[in-house]
Design a protein around this ligand. Structure first.
Ligand code: FES
Ligand code: MG
Length: 572
């Protein structure tokens, strides 16, 4: 067996403490379970209240079998789970809580390695942040996307089509009855959202990062091959302990380079930016928002999936899968980046093949020549903001318009459909108070629905600016993650309705066209600052007091970095 296991500190020897640790764990396990076999936790985010992850109980069983087969002891550890669409005020508020709680449980327990089971948006990022900070051998099994649902013969994409259909109702082109009828067709099977939203994005990007068995990400949740790969991953976890392959031993900036190339080529969610920044922060890797702009700039969009395109995740899988996409951009990848298997990521691309060139477009014929996320800076976003040009309207990428300011999402909902609201297609909608501190938790509200009266005129996109995030399933010319946020003293707090705002995506600029002396003389409207959340106790209090801005991944300041896995004191 493997020498010097971490779990030996609990189980090895004949003293009173090792007796206690063993005795309470036995419950049917034979004495050989504690003879120096790797103890592998299965950090499981399965939960009835995270419906996208509910099937991970079944996946855990396959992981367990693989661990046993390889001579390890599998131990299921339920961890904090976050159902993206259920949790208020926003799932993002809980990501750091899940990461912190998982980190502490991994460190506190007698384990040598961990298999991380996630799926729904925040769950894989939280698990990876935890694993990076405790630095134990760790490998992810993504739960996989759901199968495509259909309504009236047309495929329905989770999220994206909810936005589209609800806009059609507001525009008067779809009846409310038909809209409600589509509800039961939207979610057809187990698994996470099947658009290129945050869950799909994070699964694929995590494979590019090197922390998933190559070829697994994107396997649909009901597909038998998911269980086969889960079994295989269980065996790998035991090998990781023998090889001492911890996150800090193989994750470098090169791995993040590959993740950013993947993010652009798949047309992935803007949320990946905050998650990758947070994970890199845990590893002490110097990743910045500008790396996304720089590395993504020359990466073509090759995946024709909603929200930017047409198809859904099971189409991507049948068309050749993620590795077929990565093979097309092989020359843009960093060949030095290793995966969890110890082999470079690029070594897994040789056998990949495109079977449907309408879903995965070849490099020679991309959907867009450059798909990366663009970083914007200027007097309205001194710390930076981001936009996803692939999801925006070409005619709005350079635009100057008058601000229509909303102080909160509630203010927005109360006024947006007022026929007297002074707004036209050239206006720039500004929503503030939605940053990490302000909301709190940086919700996905930036893609504000357009005013009904403009929808009725056929307007389908407008420039929108916000210090919050937007759902990975959303689209539009939306400037996100404005830093510093208004509640942290950012200039967004002093914008007034009627101010001119200039957006120039190609130049990377976002400016408030108001004279500097006038900007300096303005004080933030107290309604926009004092009304922001000021929680008095509990997690929200800790979060608001310590959360970093979006350009640092919105992690908590004291969670950046790693504490390792050592615990020196006994419990009794
Ligand atoms: Fe769970 Fe979309 S709500 S992945
Ligand atoms: Mg989402």
């Amino acid at each position: 067996m493997v020498p010097n296991l971490r779990s030996d500190e609990w189980y090895a020897g004949d003293d009173r403490n090792s007796y206690i640790h063993r005795a309470w764990m036995r419950r049917g396990l034979p004495p050989s379970a504690f003879d120096g076999r790797p103890q592998i936790a299965i950090a499981n985010t399965a939960s009835d209240l995270s419906p996208c992850n509910a099937h991970l109980h079944e996946v855990a069983q396959s992981v367990k079998n693989g661990i046993y087969e390889a001579g390890g002891i599998p131990l299921i550890l339920p961890v904090v789970s976050i159902g993206e669409n259920q949790v208020r005020p926003t799932a993002m508020l809980m990501r750091n809580l899940a990461a912190m709680a998982t980190e502490e449980m991994l460190r506190a327990n007698p384990i040598d390695g961990v298999v991380l089971l996630g799926g729904c948006d925040k769950t894989i990022p939280a698990l990876l942040m935890a694993a990076a900070s405790v630095d134990l051998p760790a490998v992810v099994v993504p739960g996989g996307p759901m199968l495509t649902g259909h309504f009236r013969g047309e495929p329905l994409g989770c999220g994206t089509d909810v936005w589209r259909l609800s806009e059609e109702v507001r525009a008067g082109t779809l009846s409310e009855e038909q809209f409600l009828r589509s509800e039961s067709s939207m979610i057809r099977s187990k698994g996470h959202c099947n658009t290129m939203g945050t869950a799909s994005t994070m699964a694929l990007v995590t494979e590019a990062l090197g922390t998933i068995l190559p070829g697994l990400a994107g396997t649909p949740a009901p597909d038998a091959r998911l269980l086969e790969a889960a079994h295989e991953t269980g065996r790998l976890a035991v090998e990781l302990v023998a090889a001492d392959r911890r996150p800090s031993t193989f994750l470098t900036k090169a791995n993040f380079h590959n993740a950013i190339v993947a993010l652009a080529a798949i047309g992935g969610s803007t949320n990946a930016v905050v998650h990758l920044l947070a994970i890199a922060g845990r590893l002490g890797i110097d990743l910045t928002i500008d790396d996304f702009d720089r590395i993504g700039a020359e990466v073509p969009l090759l995946v024709n999936l909603q929200p930017a395109g047409r198809y859904l995740m099971d189409d991507l899988f049948r068309a050749g899968g993620f590795l077929a996409v990565m093979r097309e951009v092989r020359d843009l990848l960093d060949p030095s980046a290793l995966t969890i298997t110890g082999q470079p990521f690029v070594d897994y691309l040789d056998d990949a093949q495109i079977w449907d060139a309408d879903v995965i477009t070849p490099r020679a014929d991309p959907l867009l020549p450059a798909a990366g996320i663009t970083v914007l800076r200027g007097s309205l976003a001194p710390g930076g903001a981001i936009i996803k040009p692939a999801a925006a309207s070409a005619h709005l990428l350079k635009h100057r318009g008058r601000a229509v300011v909303f102080d909160s999402i509630e203010d927005f909902h109360a006024r947006i459909d007022d026929p007297d609201l002074d707004i036209d297609a050239d206006s720039v909608m500004v929503l503030r108070g939605c940053g990490p501190k302000g909301y709190p938790g940086m919700p996905e509200v930036s893609n504000m629905p357009l005013p009904q009266k403009l929808l009725a005129q056929g307007v389908r996109d407008m420039v929108r600016i916000c210090d919050g995030r937007m759902s990975g399933t959303a689209y539009g010319t939306v400037v996100l993650h404005v830093t510093p946020e208004s509640a942290a003293g950012g200039p967004l707090a002093i914008v007034q309705t009627g101010d001119w705002i200039s957006l120039d995506v190609r130049a990377g600029r976002l400016d408030l066209d108001v004279a500097a002396d006038e900007i300096a003389a303005r004080t933030p409207n107290s309604a926009t600052v004092d009304a922001y959340a000021a929680p008095r106790r509990g997690w929200e209090r800790l979060y608001v007091d310590h959360v970093l801005q979006a350009d640092r991944g919105a992690d908590l300041d004291f969670l950046v970095g790693s504490s390792g896995s050592t615990v020196t004191r006994e419990s009794h």
